[in-house]
Design a protein around this ligand. Structure first.
Ligand SMILES: [Zn+2]
Length: 511
């Protein structure tokens, strides 16, 4: 059984699946695991017949913790202030919007429909007022739970509420010194200002370990996926669970821990270190279903190694194998392959794919222009009369990947008809024999491949040396894409003229 179905199996009644993030930097592929894990549980619950919805909390009232490597030193003065009250690095709008915007656009691309809620809005509209009051009335109990469950002493001046200082804007260093419902009296440790914060407004927030269970209570959250750091013994899920049951008298959401996505050779992705591929960047060089596939295929308890170079091409190959298996045209060993493909789907149901991505990567290098590319696509099995928006997107993805991440050995430039190359005697003989065969040859990948093999055999050449002769002629290199496919996508008359030119110039060189 697929992991999302296995998780949903025990759920009963209405389900609200909650995910979230603090938009403190680029929202990256690592974070995508959170939202896609939530999305798949949500979809598993719905297809099981449960009423459900799916929310995404943007913790934009969290403070900026430090000047991250991607920020200028000007941000020193904003450290400790809430993200939604800090200017954006590009000078347009707020800091939190700057990082949230591209992420939301990305969600659309990968078919995630989620209700986005900004935590600052929840405070501003008074949705936190009752729980803040409850926490303050149970301050000692909350402090005891946090200490006992986490095993760590709280700071001496620990405050159950963090006011935003009305004088200096900092949220990180204010302490509650009294409560006159609905006002928290506070003192700011930064500027020593003393003021009043209204718990019915966004004048402040609960500390993270109290805010998390408070959201469960306010929003009736029943399921929440989260990273393994929150799930450690004594971590924020453990303390949240205790606060939820002992102070709010609610059942905490069913947890689903997920492992990190690691960037090949660089370790875990963290916004704070700059070691990230932003989510919007990832969908620029990955077919959208493949990002979903990456999450759907791997059990959340397994970490994922992501290699945007050759690994990406192999990942897409694997996805296409699953997709072919789904339509009965291939086999894979994964017993859950049907569900993996279903959860990877962008539309309502999976649809078959005419042209492999690997092949497309070759085609866009042969035909940079539109009309010839369409012809080549049609010859490769593409069934539409014109390039539709999905194919257009995929073409853009292939080009972007080639420009940014593709390893050198998959990149090539098709040589012009009369660009000089030199061949040895055997190489010349092989392509000359191929030229002779061409008129009686069906111009398709298999027949071309078989003909080339026979000719190489006839000349007792090493297969690799024989194939190299063709690659030298057409792309000036020793290796290249699969030859039968490659040649079949070239215009037959071009191939003839090109081989003719090379033979005429090599024979001159031999004389
Ligand atoms: Zn202050």
């Amino acid at each position: 059984m697929h992991w999302a179905d296995a998780f949903a199996k025990n759920l009963k009644g209405f389900q609200r699946v909650s995910t979230g993030i603090s938009p403190s930097g680029p929202i990256h592929v690592g974070n995508m695991r959170e939202i896609l894990t939530g999305d798949m549980i949500y979809k598993a619950a719905v297809r099981k017949g449960l009423q459900a919805d799916f929310i995404y909390l943007c913790d934009d009232i969290d403070p900026l913790r430090k000047v991250y490597p991607f920020l200028s030193n000007d941000y020193e003065k904003y450290v400790g202030r809430p993200l939604y009250r800090i200017p954006s690095p590009d000078g347009q709008g707020t800091y939190s919007e700057h990082f949230l915007g591209p992420f939301l656009e990305t969600l659309d691309t990968i078919n995630v429909k989620v209700n986005v809620i900004k935590t600052s809005e929840m405070y501003r509209t008074g949705r936190f007022a009752d729980v803040i009051r409850t926490i303050i009335q149970n301050k000692e109990k909350a402090a005891r739970i946090l200490t006992e469950v986490s095993g760590r002493e709280l700071e001496k001046d620990w405050s159950p509420y963090q006011a935003i200082c009305s004088n200096c804007g900092s949220i990180a260093k204010t302490r509650m010194i009294g409560f006159e419902d609905p006002f928290v009296l506070y003192r700011c440790g930064s500027c020593q200002h003393e003021g009043k914060a209204d718990i019915r407004k966004d004048d402040g927030k609960l500390p993270w370990r109290l805010e998390w269970p408070a959201k469960w209570k306010i929003l009736n959250v029943t399921v929440e996926p989260f990273g393994k750091d929150h799930g450690a013994a004594g971590g924020s899920y453990d303390t949240g669970k205790a606060i939820a049951s002992e102070i709010f008298s609610i059942t905490p959401p069913a947890p689903l821990l997920y492992e990190w996505i690691l960037l090949k050779g660089k370790g875990a992705m963290h916004s704070s270190t700059g070691n990230v591929i932003p989510a919007e960047e990832f969908v620029r060089f990955t077919p959208p279903m493949v990002l979903r596939f990456l999450i759907a295929k791997n059990n959340p308890s397994r970490h994922i190694d992501l290699d945007p170079a050759m690994g990406l091409l192999n990942l897409v190959d694997e996805f296409e194998k699953y997709l072919a298996a789904y339509f009965g045209k291939d086999t894979v060993s994964d017993p859950d392959f049907r569900d993996v493909v279903w959860f990877s789907s962008i539309g309502k149901e999976p649809s078959p794919q005419d042209v492999s991505f690997r092949h497309l990567v070759n085609l866009v290098q042969i035909y940079p222009e539109g009309s010839k590319l369409l012809n080549a696509l049609k010859k490769s099995g593409y069934s539409a009369d014109s390039i539709d928006s999905d194919m257009q997107h995929l073409i853009g993805v292939a080009r972007y990947w080639l420009d940014t991440y593709a390893p050198e050995n998959v990149k090539f430039r098709l040589l012009g008809e009369d660009e000089p190359v030199s061949l040895d005697h055997t190489g010349s003989s092989i392509i000359a024999a191929f030229l002779e065969r061409m008129d009686s040859l069906e111009w398709n990948p298999d027949d071309i491949h078989n003909a080339v093999h026979e000719i190489i055999k006839k000349f007792n050449a090493e297969p690799s040396a024989g194939f190299s002769a063709f690659y030298r002629v057409f792309i000036g290199r020793e290796r290249g894409p699969r030859l039968g496919y490659f040649l079949s996508n070239l215009d037959r008359s071009f191939v003839k003229r090109r081989i003719g030119f090379v033979l005429s110039t090599s024979s001159q060189a031999h004389q």
